[in-house]
Write a protein that binds this ligand. Sequence first.
Ligand code: GAR
Length: 220
Amino acid sequence: MAVSEKHTIAVLISGSGSNLQAIIDASERGEIPCRVGIVLSNKEDAYGLDRAKKHGIPTEVVSHKEFPTREAFDRRLIEVIRKSGAALVCLAGFMRVLTPVFVQAFPHRILNIHPALLPSFPGTHGPKQALDHGVRFSGCTVHFLDEGVDTGPIIVQAIVPVYDDDTEDTLAARILVQEHKIYPMAIRLFFQGKLKIEGRRVRVLGEPKIPEFFHRNPDA
Ligand code: GAR
């Protein structure tokens, strides 16, 4: 699949940026029809900024601490993203809650990834919440951003088992492996025009059925 110059995306990060890396790699391999045009971070020491620079991708730090209100912070983000010409905004471990000002600036053009099977365990520490609750499966979700916290229409989810000897870190690491697969997938489906939002539901055009989909944990 050829990378179209007209599709650029803005990726917003706060930390390690391993999802950003997965998106960059998918783009460079030609698996998604877009390229990362700008990486924004609210933290100047986010490792993801180094990842972007290694690939020659422009970066910008917009520190939330420098703005008197959440809305003022969001307006600055909007300005930078608009200037970049991005057709899609991807939140990838961006740990700030965005206001309706931001959501309304890019209607149905913002994706988020969350390390849990939403609507379970929204907010922070998704893997820890799953462990504390005692679920046998958790996973990750890519969804369109709406004005709530992790409440928007769901595009794709992947599941992972939760084991008795898991810690927050081991479960988060198992989930992250799947995140790196489903985020590029969701971006591809978006640019292929295969996602139709119908109320809360996202219809995936041409969605294949998974034969004999059956998982249990424990597999005793
Ligand atoms: C990822 O697990 C992502 O799902 C999570 O932060 C991590 C960022 O990792 N996001 C949230 O918890 C948002 N509520 P990364 O910086 O290596 O991509």
